[in-house]
Ligand binder design. Structure first.
Ligand code: S3P
Length: 436
């Protein structure tokens, strides 16, 4: 049984809201807390299924974790060499971040591990992480390039100098985690900048990291010290509501306490290029991660050619960009975004199919799409179990001419628990119902 969203047309989006904690930062806080010496306190944790998979995995490896309430957690770190083998395979659920970061972390442990995932994760590429880990001396086996992933422990790792073939924070982070345990220096160069939460958080845990342009490096053999982490609201979740506020005919929406790390704000720049009436107010005195407030008003969006350099800075927001483009005036061209085919679904083909189901003219390209702005009719969308596809169409559906049904929406809980009630609270006419 999986649930279906039904959205009726509506005009107004208004209010003040906060979104749940950042997913990328929540995963990393648990992982680094687990291998630090001493205690790490995490506030604003995202209690979504993806991060709960990471939490279950560190517990299974012997780490003491107290969850005081849904978003407040204390991790009793075991130090770099204190994890122990889990009794069974570690289940990463739907989470590519959990699987790929753990590949790096577990490659360096004194025990063997197996990582498994759900149907979607079991179709995603893992060799991009396994290949450089093997260059470091790790023993990592994938299953035809995909999960399950088997990792043999008791390997001595060597630092490497590695030119990453893709801009991927998951790959970069996996290699930095392995690098903590390696002899000598691990130096990674990306083809374009990807999110830098791991680098920032390692520094907060007392581990020196050097970042120069597209190159990041660290030396193995140090130790991490537990710290306090304040997780900001997830910009990738806030972005759905920024779009909702732009598409609305009336109202003003304020979103407080949102992470504004510049390696994540590509979506704000894209929406601004499209003509969004958006105000960004950075808060003074933020910690390792910049935070601020977003204010958004009804906007007339225009089609644009998305600058390829913004793609890695907005990589998770492209389902939303497709919806924004479909409801803008004129043509939008997305290119240089082939990575979208390797996310929780093939986001290019799933979004193209969904846009067509709502009457939009769109041409699928190998690395993007050419989208003609128009109006959504009513209809039914198959989200293919992809949380961000489901939420993007839910936001756009508010401006359709008739009701829209979105199928297979259970995975919204992987990243945004409470999405439906928060959307309803600011004005969307959305309901979730179980569907056999
Ligand atoms: C993430 C990195 C991104 C992103 C994912 C979270 C992370 O993947 O799509 O949702 O937390 O490192 P890639 O950097 O591998 O593209």
């Amino acid at each position: 049984m999986s649930s279906t969203f039904t959205i009726q047309p509506s005009r107004r989006v208004a209010g003040t809201m906060r979104v749940p904690g950042d997913k990328s930062i929540s995963h990393r806080a648990l992982m680094l807390g687990a291998i630090a010496s001493g205690t790490t306190r995490i506030a604003g944790f995202l209690p979504g299924e993806d991060c709960l998979a990471t939490l279950a995995a560190i517990r299974a490896m012997g780490v003491g974790v107290e969850q005081h309430d849904a978003t407040t957690i204390t991790v009793h770190g075991k130090g770099l060499h204190g994890l122990r083998a889990a009794a069974t395979a570690l289940d990463m659920g739907n989470s590519g971040t959990a699987m790929r970061l753990f590949m790096g972390l577990l490659a360096a442990q004194g025990f063997d591990s197996t990582l498994v995932g759900d149907e979607s994760l079991s179709r995603r590429p893992m060799e991009r992480v396994a290949v450089p880990l093997r260059l470091m001396g790790a023993d990592v086996r994938t299953t035809d390039g995909k999960p399950p992933v088997h990792i043999a422990g008791q390997r001595r790792l060597q630092g490497i100098r590695y030119a990453m073939p893709v801009a991927s924070a998951q790959l970069k982070s996996a290699l930095l985690l392995a690098g903590l345990y390696a002899d000598g220096e691990t130096e990674l160069t990306e083809p374009a900048i990807s999110r830098d939460h791991t680098e920032r958080m390692l520094i907060s845990f007392g581990q020196p990291v050097s970042c120069k342009g597209l190159t990041v490096s660290l030396r193995g053999g140090g130790q991490l010290s537990g710290t306090d982490i304040q997780v900001p609201g997830d910009l990738s979740s806030a972005a759905f509501f920024v779009l909702a506020g732009c598409l609305a005919a009336e109202g003003e929406l304020v979103i407080d306490n949102v992470g504004l790390n510049p390696t994540r704000t590509g979506i704000l720049r894209i929406l601004e290029l499209m003509g969004a009436e958006l105000q960004v107010e950075p808060a003074a005195g933020s910690g390792a991660e910049p935070v601020g407030r977003l204010i958004v008003r009804p906007s007339q969006l225009q089609g644009v050619r998305i600058p390829p350099e913004l793609v890695p800075l907005a990589i998770d927001e492209f389902p939303m960009v497709f919806v924004a483009a479909a409801l803008a005036h004129g043509e939008t061209i997305v290119s240089g975004a082939a990575e979208l085919r390797h996310k929780e679904s093939d986001r290019i083909s799933v979004m193209v199919a969904g846009l067509r189901a709502l009457g939009i003219e769109v041409e699928e390209l190998p690395d993007g799409a050419r989208i003609q702005g128009g109006t959504f009719s009513g209809g039914t969308i198959d989200s293919r179990g992809d949380h961000r596809v489901a939420m993007s169409f839910a936001i756009g559906a508010a401006r359709a001419t008739a009701p829209v049904r979105i199928l297979d929406t259970d995975n919204v809980a992987t990243s945004f628990p409470g999405f439906v009630s928060q959307a309803a609270a600011v004005g969307l006419a959305i309901k979730a119902a179980p569907n056999g």
